[in-house]
Each structure stands twice: as structure tokens, then as C-alpha cells.
Design a protein around this ligand. Structure first.
Ligand code: FES
Ligand code: FES
Length: 404
């Protein structure tokens, strides 16, 4: 159990919570604020969306203990004029039927109204794409949001933030000042300086771009550095070791194009993109810089992977140090936050290392069956991480009981 101090709808709350309690359960069961709904509890449907320090966030994938010191606003606390106008518009435009999605919709819609200057239907649909509605077909919802924006702009009310700061759930980009340090910065991921412009609109040259999240990984391959180095110079084989990755076209020594298939619950994305490769044989070091976009979900990613090989075990093995920096925006960005992403990255690295070992041990690409999964299933990875964590927690608790 841990003690947390959270402000909910302007009221300070101090409570004992179990480490595994997510914010939505805390809000509903400890505070009886049942306006926050739970649909999938996987971070996919958006029904549980609340404001954490002013930014929309999934309360089902946010631990209550991670919100110590934060200010939470639930649908019951949406008392400003924008929320009132949205409630009227939702009723007027028939933007709800069963109402299950409505609390989360209102939180996200408020973000849109406050910050989009003059959105068209498509922009509103993209913004609300992290909130699933099972009943209305979205037409009324889009109409309601559009009418509130139009009415406010007609009254001369400018968007609160027209500077290009990212919209959407926390983690869909890097809201300035929200993720640095503290619980929401995560203990295991290093979050670099805030981005002034979201990657969705980011046309800055690569040398000026700074990643939103940086993760460092390390693994050992039981083959000499020169063998591993040669392998990493063959893009087809490297791609075959990465779950969900596939090259398209003919790769050159310093340029590749490819696809990365990702599935997160009902969301399936296929990122198409390209990357530039630099290799420095004198230091056994390399850099891959790329970007990709999934047109269907509007998710976009930009990233760089730096790696360095060092001899181990007298040169018979190789230590591979990898630093991955990336920015992810759009629907899939909800999975780019919290310590879970670090664990997912660990598993991906382990899968890559195992595949790489297998390739090096068994011969050339053509003689082997494909070793990469057809797509990267984020939910399966996250759930396996969660299962492991709960298992560890239970083992610790049982161990403590035995010892008492
Ligand atoms: Fe949280 Fe579905 S219940 S996203
Ligand atoms: Fe029923 Fe949206 S109104 S899920």
C-alpha cells in the first residue's frame, strides 16, 4: 500500500492505495465518481479519459500511485463554459445514445474546442479517434464539436493554444512541462526536453529534431564483433529479426524503405516509411534515422537508433549497446507512456537478440523460415508485461506472508 495525495475536481484527497490500483478504479471505487466509465481497460476505447494536470489521459492505464501530487478533473468536474456548451451541443445534435462513451468524449472534445482553430470534419474525427463510440456513428458527435468551435470563433474566442502544441491524450506527443520528472515522467524512461511542435506538423530537419522518449538497451550476442557488424550491414536480415518489420524496394547501403505492422487491440496500423543509415566501421558504431506514417490511424513516428558493438569474452562475443529515441503521435501514442513501454522495449530487444543469434547460428536468410512475427501486437506485449508484474507482486506478497 502507498499513500497518495491527489486533487480530484478541486478537492484534495489523501488515501492508501495498492500499487496495482489504476486511476479509474480509484476515482470510481474510492471516490464514488462513477461518471468515469471503463470499457476496455486496455487504453484503447477512451471511455475512461480524464484530465491529468489539464491534459486528457487514459485513467485505466495510469496507476493511482503515479498521480501523487497531480490534479485530476473527471466529467463531474467539467464546469467551465466550454463543457457546458458541449453538453448542450451533444443533446441538440443527438451525439449520444447509451452515453457510455460520452464522459471520455466530452473530455477529448473539450481539448479540441479549446485548441483547434477551425477544424474540419476530418480533423475532428482524427482528434476523437482515441474515443470509440458503439452507438451513434460519430456524425452527431462531430457535428456537436464543430458547432461549438464555430460558435466560439464567431464570438471572437480564439483557440487557447494555437502554437501547435500537441492535442490528444497524454503521451500522444509531449505537452510542455507535463512529462518532465515526477511520476508522469516515469522512472524507467528518460524524457528529454519538451518539444515545441508536434511531430504531426514537424517538418524540421533531422538534425534539429529531438526525441520525445529515449530508451537505452543492451544485449550480448555469442559471436565475434566482426560477424555481428557484418550482419547488421545486411538490412533484409536485420528487418527479418524485428517483429512486424518488412523491407520494401531494394535497400541500399545507406537508405531503406519499409513497413512496420502494429496491432493494439482493435487498432491496426501499418507504418510506411524510410530511414537513412550511417555506419562507422572504425568504431563499430551505427545510426539509423527514420520516420513513418500510418495513413489510416493518422499515427506518425519519427526516431533514431544508435548502436555500438564492443567485444566481450575475449572477443568471442559482442555487447550491443542500443539507444532508441522516438516521437509517436496519433492513436497509437497512448502506448508510448509509462514504465510499461520500457518493459515492452526490453521484450522486443530480447526477441531481436534471440532472432539474431538464431540467424547467426543457422546460416543465411534463405535457408531459414521467417523468424519475425507478421505484426507487432502491442496489447499482447503489454499484457504479458502486466501478467509478469502481477506475478512478481503476488510472489512478493506470498513470500512476505510466509516470513511473518
Ligand atoms: Fe480506458 Fe478503455 S477503459 S481506454
Ligand atoms: Fe453509446 Fe457512445 S453513445 S457508446
Amino acid at each position: 500500500m502507498a499513500t497518495v495525495s491527489i486533487t480530484i475536481n478541486g478537492i484534495g484527497v489523501e488515501a492508501e492505495v495498492e500499487a496495482r490500483t489504476h486511476l479509474a478504479d480509484f476515482i470510481r471505487e474510492h471516490r464514488n465518481l462513477t461518471g468515469t466509465h471503463l470499457g476496455c481497460e486496455h487504453g484503447v476505447c477512451g471511455a475512461c479519459t480524464v484530465l491529468i494536470d489539464g491534459a486528457p489521459a487514459r485513467s485505466c492505464i495510469t496507476y493511482a500511485v503515479a498521480c501523487d501530487g497531480a490534479s485530476i478533473t473527471t466529467v463531474e468536474g467539467l464546469e467551465d463554459d466550454v463543457s457546458a456548451e458541449l453538453r448542450d451541443a451533444f443533446s441538440r445534435e443527438h451525439a449520444l445514445q447509451c452515453g457510455y462513451c460520452t464522459p471520455g468524449m466530452l473530455v477529448s472534445a473539450r481539448d479540441a474546442v479549446l485548441r483547434l482553430p477551425e477544424p474540419d470534419d476530418r480533423e475532428i474525427r482524427v482528434l476523437l479517434s482515441g474515443n470509440l463510440c458503439r452507438c451513434t456513428g460519430y456524425v452527431g458527435i462531430v457535428r456537436a464539436v464543430k458547432s461549438v468551435v464555430a460558435d466560439r470563433r464567431a464570438r471572437g474566442i480564439a483557440p487557447a493554444d494555437a502554437s501547435g502544441n500537441p492535442l490528444g491524450p497524454v503521451g500522444s506527443a509531449h505537452p510542455a512541462g507535463r512529462l518532465t520528472g515526477g511520476a508522469r515522467g516515469g522512472r524507467t524512461t528518460h524524457v528529454s526536453a519538451p518539444l515545441a511542435v508536434s511531430a504531426r506538423r514537424d517538418s524540421r530537419p533531422l538534425e534539429e529534431w529531438r526525441p520525445q522518449v529515449t530508451i537505452e538497451q543492451r544485449f550480448i550476442v555469442h559471436h565475434p564483433p566482426e560477424v555481428v557488424w557484418a550482419f547488421l550491414g545486411r538490412p533484409e536480415e536485420v528487418a527479418a529479426c524485428l517483429p512486424g518489420a518488412k523491407l520494401v524496394g531494394t535497400p541500399t547501403e545507406n537508405y531503406i524503405e519499409g513497413l512496420l505492422r502494429v496491432r493494439a487491440g482493435p487498432i491496426a496500423a501499418e507504418f510506411a516509411g524510410s530511414a537513412e543509415i550511417e555506419r562507422d566501421v572504425s568504431h563499430y558504431a551505427g545510426m539509423i534515422r527514420g520516420r513513418g506514417k500510418d495513413n489510416r490511424s493518422g499515427s506518425a513516428t519519427r526516431g533514431e537508433i544508435a548502436y555500438k558493438l564492443s567485444p566481450e569474452a575475449g572477443g568471442g562475443a559482442t555487447r550491443v549497446d542500443v539507444t532508441v529515441g522516438y516521437t509517436l503521435t496519433g492513436m497509437l501514442a497512448q502506448f508510448s507512456r509509462s514504465g510499461l513501454i520500457r518493459d515492452v522495449a526490453n521484450r522486443l530487444t530480447a526477441a531481436f537478440a534471440t532472432n539474431l543469434e538464431a540467424r547467426l547460428a543457422n546460416g543465411s536468410l534463405n535457408q531459414l523460415p521467417p523468424v519475425s512475427a507478421a505484426e507487432l501486437n502491442v496489447v499482447t506485449l503489454v499484457m504479458s508485461v502486466v501478467r509478469d508484474r502481477i506475478g512478481r507482486l503476488l510472489r512478493r506478497m506470498l513470500g512476505q506472508r510466509k516470513g511473518t
